[in-house]
Design a protein around this ligand. Structure first.
Ligand SMILES: [Fe+2]
Length: 274
């Protein structure tokens, strides 16, 4: 038996690390206070491994060769690849046996992720992990989901992938955490980059907090498109929902932080027996 000892989802905007002070103090505080609550939960959980479900922003995978999803089988990672992030390059331990188990459980459920043993970490993993486990000493399995290059996995499919991750955790004999890293509304690099869709973000988080999984999975792709292509990253939240399907989600913070170009939210799945 293994156990899911921690589950959460949060935004990974590079600005959180690269231009922290650009955000208004009150918004910054709300976001970092919520991240600190997650850090306490991680510390109390004594994790053997953390599964980080996060996209790749053309750090390892490119338009010419983009898997729908990919499990990192690394024994060790280096990163971040972005030298402008303001985070020193480091080595982070991997958890290849758990990664292989996630592959097997996914395949047994009819989902076939790619596997890669030499991925390098980027901001989508390093930024949230730096807030939750700043010593970077918890072995990591990075489950990459393509949120950049359509076609993208459907939301129900993302939820199923999360459930497969969970079944691997339950069989692992390990104490494992799951972190969904992405979104919410944003459109980095686009002309409308500073226009966040607060209505979408609040609607999504309200559905999350109400446990309205079916409504989230039925969200039409056009609604995500309208919130900016960065909102495609709600897939990481949905996968975390699948992994923590028996836990009650709770939004700890939401701030539409224009200076970081992202609707920034932090949620924990910590209630039992939903
Ligand atoms: Fe992103």
């Amino acid at each position: 038996m293994g156990t899911l000892e921690f589950a959460a989802a949060m935004s990974h905007a590079p600005g959180i690390a690269a231009f922290t002070q650009a955000a208004p103090a009150a918004q910054r505080q709300a976001f970092f206070d919520a991240a600190a609550a997650l850090r306490s939960a991680v510390s109390a959980a004594h994790l053997d491994a953390m599964v980080v479900i996060a996209p790749d922003h053309f750090s390892n995978f490119f338009i010419g060769n983009m898997p729908a999803c990919c499990v990192s089988l690394n024994a060790r990672y280096s990163g971040p690849v972005e030298d402008w992030l303001g985070v020193e390059k480091m080595d982070v331990p991997g958890a290849p046996e758990l990664a292989q188990a996630i592959m097997r459980h996914a395949y047994s459920r009819g989902i076939e992720p790619a596997g890669a043993a030499q991925t390098e970490l980027e901001h989508s993993v390093v930024v949230p992990l730096g807030l939750l486990a700043p010593a970077f000493d918890i072995p990591v399995v990075w489950v990459m989901m393509n949120c950049q290059v359509p076609p993208l996995m459907s939301l129900p499919r993302c939820h199923e992938l999360g459930q497969a991750i969970r079944s691997a955790i339950d069989a692992s004999g390990m104490r494992v955490g799951v972190l969904g890293s992405g979104g919410l509304s944003h459109a980095p690099g686009a002309a409308e980059a500073d226009r966040l869709d607060e209505t979408f973000d609040r609607e999504f988080l309200s559905l999350l907090d109400r446990g309205a999984t079916a409504e989230i999975l039925a969200m039409p792709p056009a609604r995500l498109d309208a919130a900016g292509f960065g909102a495609w990253e709600v897939r990481l939240w949905v996968a975390a929902m699948g992994a923590a399907h028996d836990r009650r989600p709770r939004t700890l913070a939401y701030e539409p932080i224009e200076a970081w170009d992202t609707g920034c939210a932090v949620a924990i799945f910590d209630g039992a027996g939903r």
